[in-house]
Write a new protein. Structure first.
Lengths: 1084, 195
């Protein structure tokens, strides 16, 4: 096919050689200026770390090499293996002997062991999906568990679930690793004197415990059951039955994180108990006050979906505007269109100033007539507040006018760490701006059992101390770790005669228990969950318990029934069925009909009930009680000392997932730090304390003291710090033990605001350092190539929404900055031969308007593609194995940065530079446009990685499964977790994203089976499936009907490093910021 | 004298020796090729199941037992329950059937010896081949004639590619009823089999 295009290509070839001549002539000084234009004069500089921003000489030197110095370091043989040299030699000789004796049977190919009786639903090699419920946290999202011949290997979202709608978070993705964790507790353990552990049988444990329970009940000693948040109706009934059977029992419900301040405020303002769900998808203006609703605050799965629903560049009026006022640099804040930096404890004053502006100045809403309300806000003034705290006046003006224009479509969200008084003020603010219209009452949250109050917990501790409590049962909770440092729980527990702890893995609470009972994971359990009024979500076991464990509900049920012989595997299942007969499927006649419905319900995983049942019936939209606001006597005022915010970890929850390597290794979305928590502080605070990243500081709150490293984070408010909870587990498996620092110690039971906010803390420099590993500046280029790279190369292309609406071609118009001569040079064709992909051509589109940088995709990719955990040390050596990364670029100043997120994975270039340099042709192209790796051809030269412009290839410097934490990933149970459709790579080979080739091959198999063509939209990659905001599209670029073939022709579409002519197959849609400016500038 | 002996050794004996060594190597290489790649491998099975009887004489379709072969990458080995579909009645008194019944009633799976094997790093897919009409016998030989199953064909990558590049010459048998499906050249890129 000798087209005109091809002819120009030949001409272009000559030009390429011209330029290369020029380059090679002045060989020493390869001048990039010859190809790309001069550095920009306007202030657009993108940077990923301070080292990059300030051109740290070490950093410049470091990036001269393709691989970091550390990555190329020779392994220490002694340290490298779990075997000593002697053991190695012994094994060597032994294996030689075995090999020699095995010679006679070299043709033996082992056995194929079929089922004895294969279930009809199983097809060998094809997965089965079972609907269930994730109980990783109290959101209880619906999941589909992918099992392969009985082994759960992946968790996806259940599309039928009305809340999570087919999406789940990183924790649920990685939960299969917790199931196969070889360090799970495997047998009941008895410690008679609380020290020497002894494995016992379930029967013995049951006998002993039942006798003691009966004793305690008859002698009037309290039996305390410490449970988490109860979200299951059957579990609630079970606990009630337990109290009936043992009348001295008392159930406590405690969670480290809670939104009790928010709920308490709601109750005071509106009278009903729970803060309702919010229809964020109807909000066009969202103001977030320290609320990381796209990150760790609340149900991120739902919030992200609802938020991104209004990030549609093409439909008029479907692009929301997010304002964020915060002291932390959170995911939400850095995704905001306008971000104002304000110390957390000033937020209440900010809200009151806003109210003052809206009610007294602008006289919006009927509340402007309410003198009682007005008197409370008279003393505040937005202008004064703004100038005092250095908030940009024009942003506040925009905010006020946006509120005015979007009445009923604006909403203010406040963070869970803020105190009740702030939440009340925010509720009032929502009343004023019409945010109350977005509350949703038909699917209200449901409370099965109130959370224990501060006083309840104090009573429990004093009962334990005084000997009134005879038995404490930890119902799969870890209060020794999770209770505030000064609660005295751990000490009090030592005085309790009998402590029973149920747990999946070893934890701090197990260590002071008489009985430690191993419980099932969510993959092995039955359950019914109800978090909202309009539906039930069911949980069913998909694998029989791997070890000698029981479901925690089964254990209690056996005790209630009073004999070890009452136990059987179906005991809790039939208990739930009985509850459902009485409570849910009440109008079903006959057992047979019931079971039919029950199995149908299990199949769907979700049962919708008519809204308007018990809890929500007749609940009209409650009216705001202004006296909740006017009655506040004590307001949050800015403290004089350091402000400490304790935030929920993005991955570890309250520490319960600490032993999950995949989660520990998932970088923090903002700081990109792995395997640690830290105190994040602003550059100015760091300067005033004379400290830098990695230095240890001592932080003192009224709860306790903690020494931990600091990380200097751009965009933080001064004089405050944010610390993740959930780290620093002292009793845990080998993976999570002593990773990070236990910031729960800083929580005080007498916290004046909330347990997560301290305004009068102290931070002082301590001696020593702790090296934090952050991946933020990994994969950087050499200085010469790199200087101003973002501008010259336009890896990130951004604009504003107004700019786009004014001129949809603004992206391509920008290129007018090139002179004619430069444009000519940029036109050079590729030196590669054109290969025309006639059939399917796979491609991906990533919409940066929707991407929030949350990392869910990485977690899903890890599970799908058998990515090993490498550990902190190896991550520090740039040896990360994640196939995907999310590059986070800052622009603007370190004090007021903007952020841009960009998922980066193999671009599957049509003219892949990696393929040209592979000496053994291990990486080659498929006809449908995929850059494939044949691992068994790879000899590990790493030339491909060297030549990859995107730095997305990962090299196995070790067999990381063997190399990490004494080879724990080699344990047999972990081999059950691997996806059999993807090769498990070993040492010395290169690997990278395959576009989930195994899924494409499955579609090809189905297409051939059905005698049709491969259909692009039938394939969903793991990252695409996991993306909460649907920012990732995958499909066939040659198929006109495929959504992506339209998207990649969008006016916002661009390729990264388009000018190097490798023709990537991943299209990015440029991010638009919904600001009032019509041109993108370096800072707001 | 000494000189002559050295000359003789270098000029005559050494070449002969080298020739013999080389010849032995080459002959062994070719003679043992079939054995090395597994052709002729015929392991004894835990139950003396006869494909000749079932597939040959009784003309039971391969897909009656290997039922997933059209749906999945794997051609499954039937579970004991499938055998019992007939043998709970038929030939209950024969010693091999007694063995089978014993496995079944105890609930123990039968550990069949594996005959054909493609390495782990090659993702061979039965269903795409069978659904294109390529008969089992093209790779597995005429199993219907085998009392004990043995490997008769080459299972190396070369054999795969020979057929992928030139299916007309290599595919001898088409599954009845699927003759009108067009068999194109198979993919020869790395990624479809190695991933």
């Amino acid at each position: 096919m000798q087209s005109k295009e091809n002819q120009t290509d030949t001409e272009m070839h000559d030009k390429v050689y011209d330029i290369s001549d020029k380059i090679y002539k002045d060989s020493n000084e390869v001048s990039l200026e010859s190809i790309v234009p001069e550095a920009p004069t306007k202030d657009v500089n993108y940077w990923r770390s301070f080292r990059e921003l300030y051109s740290d000489p070490d950093f410049i030197k470091e990036r001269e090499n393709e691989f970091s110095k550390d990555a190329l370091e020779r392994p220490d043989i002694e340290e490298g293996s779990k075997f000593s040299r002697r053991k190695f030699l012994a094994l060597l000789s032994a294996s030689a002997a075995v090999a020699a004796s095995g010679c006679s049977n070299f043709r033996d190919r082992g056995e194929i062991v079929p089922y004895n009786a294969k279930p009809d639903s199983v097809t060998i090699g094809l997965p089965n999906y079972y609907a269930s419920t994730c109980t990783g946290c109290s959101s209880a999202c619906g999941i589909l568990i992918k099992t392969l011949q009985g082994r759960p290997i992946k968790v996806d979202g259940n599309p039928d679930h009305p809340v999570s709608k087919g999406k789940i978070c990183a924790i649920a993705q990685a939960s299969v690793m917790s199931l196969y964790d070889p360090e799970r507790l495997k047998n009941p353990v008895e410690r008679t004197d609380k020290t020497s552990p002894k494995e016992i049988s379930w029967g013995d444990a049951d006998d002993a415990i039942i006798a003691q329970l009966k004793n305690a009940a008859s002698s009037g000693k309290e039996i305390a059951v410490v449970a988490g948040k109860i979200i299951s109706p059957s579990q609630k009934k079970l606990l009630e039955d337990f109290v009936k059977a043992f009348p001295t029992a008392k159930v406590y419900s405690y969670e480290l994180y809670n939104d009790s301040a928010k709920n308490a405020a709601w109750e005071k303002c509106y009278g009903s108990k729970y803060y309702p769900p919010v229809q964020l998808d109807k909000a066009m203006i969202i103001l977030s006050l320290e609320a990381d609703f796209l990150g760790s605050d609340g149900n991120k799965v739902v919030n992200s979906r609802l938020f991104a629903a209004n990030r549609d560049t093409e439909t008029e009026g479907k692009f929301n505007r997010l304002y964020s006022v915060e002291g932390n640099a959170s995911v939400t804040g850095l995704n905001a269109d306008y971000r104002l930096i304000l110390k957390t404890d000033l937020l209440e004053e900010f809200v009151l100033s806003l109210l003052n502006e809206l009610l007294l100045v602008q006289k919006k809403s009927a509340l402007a007539q309410d003198e009682a309300v007005l008197s409370k806000i008279r003393n505040f003034n937005l202008d004064n507040f703004a100038s005092k705290n250095n908030l940009k006046k024009e942003v506040l003006d925009h905010l006020i006018s946006d509120f005015g224009q979007n009445a009923g479509k604006s909403f203010v969200i406040a963070g869970n760490m803020l105190p009740e008084s702030t939440h009340i003020a925010v509720n009032l603010l929502n009343e004023v701006i019409g945010g109350n219209e977005l509350y949703s009452f038909k699917d209200a949250f449901i409370e099965h059992q109130p959370m224990s109050s501060k006083a309840d917990i104090e009573n429990l501790v004093s009962d334990m101390n005084s000997g009134k409590a005879g038995i404490v049962i930890h119902f799969d909770t870890n209060p020794v770790y999770n209770m505030p440092g000064d609660s005295g729980y751990a000490e009090a527990l030592k005085k309790v005669p009998l402590v029973i702890t149920m747990s999946e893995g070893i934890n701090e609470t197990c260590e002071s228990g008489n009985y430690v009972l191993p419980v099932n994971t969510m993959f092995e359990s039955w359950g019914d969950y109800r978090t909202r009024s309009d539906f039930y979500s069911l949980q069913q076991p998909v694998i029989s318990p791997l070890y000698n464990t029981r479901q925690k509900e089964e254990i209690l049920l056996t005790w209630i029934k009073g004999s070890k012989n009452e136990f059987n595997n179906e005991i809790y299942h039939s208990y739930i069925i009985d509850n459902w007969k009485a409570g849910v499927f009440t109008n079903v006649s006959g057992d047979k009909e019931f079971m039919k419905q029950w199995y149908a319900a299990l199949n769907d995983g979700v049962v919708m009930t008519n809204a308007g049942t018990a809890q929500s019936s007749g609940e009209a939209e409650p009216a705001f009680k202004a006296d909740a606001f006017t009655g506040i006597n004590q307001r949050m005022t800015a403290g004089t000392g350091m402000t400490v915010v304790l935030s929920k970890s993005n991955t570890l929850d309250d520490g319960r997932f600490a032993n999950n390597g995949w989660l520990q290794e998932l970088p923090n979305p903002i700081t990109k730090i792995v395997w640690d928590n830290y105190a994040a502080i602003s550059p100015k605070t760091a300067k005033s304390l004379n400290i830098e990243s990695n230095d240890l500081v001592k932080i003192t709150t009224n709860g306790g003291t903690l020494e931990l490293p600091v990380f200097v984070q751009p965009g933080m408010a001064d004089d405050m710090t944010v610390i993740d909870l959930g780290y620093g587990r002292s009793a845990c498996g080998i993976v999570g033990k002593d990773v990070g620092f236990n910031s729960v110690k800083l929580i005080s039971k007498n916290s004046s605001l909330t347990p997560f906010l301290y305004s009068d803390a102290k931070m002082e420099k301590s001696s020593g350092t702790h090296k934090l590993v952050t991946t933020q500046d990994h994969y950087a280029f050499e200085e010469k190539l790199y200087k101003d790279i973002q501008y010259r190369r336009e890896i990130i292309q951004e604009g504003t929404y107004l700019q786009y609406k004014k001129n949809p071609d603004f992206l391509s118009d920008r290129h007018t900055k090139y002179t004619e001569e430069e444009k000519e040079k940029l036109k050079v064709g590729s030196i590669n031969e054109q290969y025309v992909h006639t059939g399917t051509k796979w491609g991906m589109v990533i919409d940066l308007n929707k991407c929030t940088g949350c990392n869910e995709c990485i977690a899903a990719c890890n599970v799908e593609n058998n990515i090993p955990v490498v550990g902190k040390e190896q991550m520090g050596k740039h040896r990360s194995m994640h196939w995907m990364r999310i590059d986070r670029y800052y622009s603007g100043t370190p004090e007021v940065p903007k952020a841009s997120f960009q998922p980066m994975l193999c671009q599957h270039c049509d003219f892949a530079p990696c393929e040209n340099v592979c000496p053994v042709a291990a990486t080659t192209h498929t006809p449908d446009g995929i850059n494939a790796m044949a691992y068994n051809r790879c000899v590990g030269t790493r030339y491909c990685s060297n030549n990859c412009p995107y730095k997305v290839r990962r090299f196995n410097y070790f067999n990381f499964r063997d190399h990490f934490r004494e080879g724990i990933q080699q344990e047999e149970s972990f081999s059950l977790m691997q996806n059999p459709e993807v090769t498990v790579r070993s040492r010395g080979v290169m690997e990278k994203c395959t576009f989930c080739l195994q899924r494409i091959m499955l579609e090809r198999q189905h297409a051939i089976e059905e005698n049709r063509q491969v259909k692009g939209s039938n394939v969903k990659t793991a990252c695409q499936e996991a993306c909460n905001t649907n920012a990732i599209y995958f499909g066939d670029q040659n198929d006109e009907t495929d959504p992506i073939s339209g998207l990649n022709k969008s006016k916002l579409a661009y390729y990264v490093l388009e000018e190097i002519k490798v023709k990537p197959n991943i299209t990015y849609l440029a991010k638009l910021r919904n600001v009032y400016e019509t041109e993108e500038t370096g800072s707001h | 004298m000494k000189n002559f002996l050295l000359d003789y050794n270098i000029k005559v004996r050494l070449p002969i020796l080298l020739f013999v060594v080389l010849a032995v190597f080459v002959i062994t290489y070719y003679v043992s090729y079939a054995e090395r790649i597994g052709v002729g491998y015929m392991p004894a099975q835990p139950i003396a199941y006869s494909h000749k009887l079932h597939a040959g004489d009784l003309k039971i379709d391969c897909r009656y037992c290997h039922s997933d072969v059209e749906k999945s990458r794997h051609a499954n080995i039937p579970s004991a329950k499938v055998c019992m579909n007939c043998h709970s009645i038929a030939r209950k008194d024969k010693p091999e059937i007694i063995k089978l019944t014993d496995y079944y009633t105890r609930g123990v799976p039968i550990e069949w010896k594996r005959v054909h094997r493609v390495p782990d790093f090659a993702y061979f897919n039965h269903s795409v081949h069978v659904n294109k009409g390529i008969d089992c016998s093209n790779c597995h030989g005429n199993v219907a004639e085998m009392e004990v199953v043995e490997q008769v064909k080459d299972f190396t990558m070369r054999a795969c590619l020979d057929c992928h590049k030139n299916p007309e010459a290599n595919i001898k048998n088409i599954i009845p009823g699927k003759q009108n499906l067009q068999i194109n050249n198979g993919p020869v890129n790395c990624g479809y089999c190695h991933r």
